[in-house]
Design a protein around this ligand. Sequence first.
Ligand code: FMN
Length: 142
Amino acid sequence: MAVVTTEEHGRPVGATINSFSSVSLDPPLVLFCLDRRLGALAAFEQARTYAVNVLHDGQEAVSARFGRPGPDRFETGRWTPGRFGAPVLLDAMATFELGRHAAYDGGDHVIFVCRVLDAAWSPEHDPLLFFQGRYRSVHVPD
Ligand SMILES: Cc1cc2nc3c(=O)[nH]c(=O)nc-3n(C[C@H](O)[C@H](O)[C@H](O)COP(=O)(O)O)c2cc1C
């Protein structure tokens, strides 16, 4: 699971996503897809920089808070502005700071293809997954 963020006139916005995928190594591109009905879609379309915060299995509350309608989402988790303005989650499993490369029609979603501007990760965590309607984790022994 991941939370994608950006900011609009200094106001942070974000949503839980599972549509995060790698695209290209050279140049380094990734994508995420946003529902056209998403409340913050206009903010994402106007912005040019984003952050994708990949969640670990202790961050179910963050995924739940950003995955349903409601204000004050950034009160859940410890957030700080990233290098390029979009909010980053301080103890995320991985963080990708992104610049918009292209946006495409994806039916009832918009596909944002982004260049990776910076990336950080923490190897000691297991990822938070969502499968068959439930949050789950997976642990790979060393
Ligand atoms: C497990 C999970 C995965 C989700 N994946 C996506 C996604 O990939 N793209 C998307 O636009 N919304 C996704 N959502 C839904 C949005 O997070 C949710 O609709 C949004 O935060 C609601 O905000 P709004 O009321 O401001 O529109 C997902 C939600 C959950 C719980």
